[in-house]
Structure formats: structure tokens, C-alpha cells
Design a protein around this ligand. Structure first.
Ligand SMILES: [Zn+2]
Length: 179
């Protein structure tokens, strides 16, 4: 539990909810403005209403992706960098496309959550700890062992004197014969 980006997850989640609700409210407002436009002032108000509504729908989508980003950062800490960037960018875009209070709170939380997710360092990074190649899966181990394993890692013996030669050596440390 300690090696989970909990703060980034919580902030992205709450930020996403605020952006989602702000977007939903704006989409509703856009529909209302469009409704007023058609009855009172023709197409001009309806145009404004549809723009407000579309931006609101975008806010809903951004909010959902931000929530997803927070969940993904938590469930799969290895993907923290990608999702941190996504939450960060979406919170900034949502701030640019809307001016509602709820979205401002969502923007700030998403911004902090995204940064925390981005800079988060898993305490147990398998790639850093073991230096294991990405492609080496347990299923393919029998195939890669025969074909991919370097010969230098195998214990070699000198053809001349029979002494064991360390991996990477070009000459026998015992008698000096070239390998
Ligand atoms: Zn030798």
C-alpha cells in the first residue's frame, strides 16, 4: 500500500469529479441557452448555446478520463507518468474551456494530482531493480534461454590448461592463452 500514488489518485479522482460535474452543468446550461435562442432570438443565441454545450460535453469527457487516470495510476503505478501527464493536460484544457467554480477546483486538484502522479516514484520498480528486459516474459523463457542467453555468461574453461575463464575475458588468467 505504501508504494501506491495515493495522493495523486485521490486528487485526480476528486478533480475529475469536479470537472465532470462542471461539464455536466455547462452542457445543461448550453441546452437552456439554445432553448431560449430558438424561441426568442433566432439562430445566434442557439449558436452560443451549442458552443457552451459542446464545451460542457468535452468537460464531461475530460472529467471521466481524469477519474480513469487517477484509478489507473493507483491500480497500475508503473503507468503513473503517462496518466499523470494525461490528468495534467486535461485539467488545464478543462480550465481553458470552462469558467465555472467547480471546474476551477477540479483544475487545481487535477493539476496537483497530475504532477504528483508524474513525479511519483514506485519504491519497488521491477525494471530498475532487476534490469529485466521488457520482452522477457516467463512463458517465453524456455525459448529465449537457448537463443538469447549470452555465451559469455556461461562458465568457460581454457582449452590449454583447463582453468575457468571469467565472462568477457579474452585471455586465460592462468596460462595466458587466447580464448
Ligand atoms: Zn589456460
Amino acid at each position: 500500500m505504501a508504494d501506491k500514488p495515493t495522493a495523486a489518485f485521490v486528487l485526480s479522482l476528486i478533480g475529475g469529479i469536479f470537472v465532470l460535474l462542471g461539464g455536466a452543468f455547462q452542457a445543461f446550461l448550453g441546452a437552456v441557452i439554445s432553448g431560449i435562442g430558438t424561441t426568442a432570438n433566432g439562430t445566434s443565441t442557439a449558436g452560443v448555446g451549442s458552443v457552451v454545450g459542446i464545451l460542457g460535453i468535452l468537460g464531461i469527457i475530460f472529467g471521466i478520463v481524469m477519474i480513469l487516470g487517477g484509478v489507473m495510476m493507483y491500480s497500475n503505478p508503473q503507468s503513473h507518468k503517462m496518466w499523470g501527464v494525461i490528468v495534467l493536460i486535461l485539467s488545464i484544457i478543462s480550465f481553458a474551456t470552462s469558467s465555472f467554480g467547480g471546474v476551477v477546483i477540479g483544475f487545481l486538484l487535477g493539476l496537483i494530482g497530475g504532477i504528483l502522479g508524474l513525479v511519483y516514484k514506485p519504491s519497488m520498480g521491477p525494471a530498475a531493480m532487476q534490469g529485466q528486459p521488457m520482452g522477457s516474459m516467463p512463458m517465453g523463457s524456455t525459448g529465449t534461454m537457448g537463443a538469447g542467453a549470452p555465451i559469455g555468461q556461461m562458465g568457460m574453461t581454457c582449452k590449454n590448461c583447463g582453468a575457468s575463464i571469467p565472462a568477457g575475458a579474452t585471455r586465460c588468467p592462468s596460462c595466458g592463452a587466447s580464448v
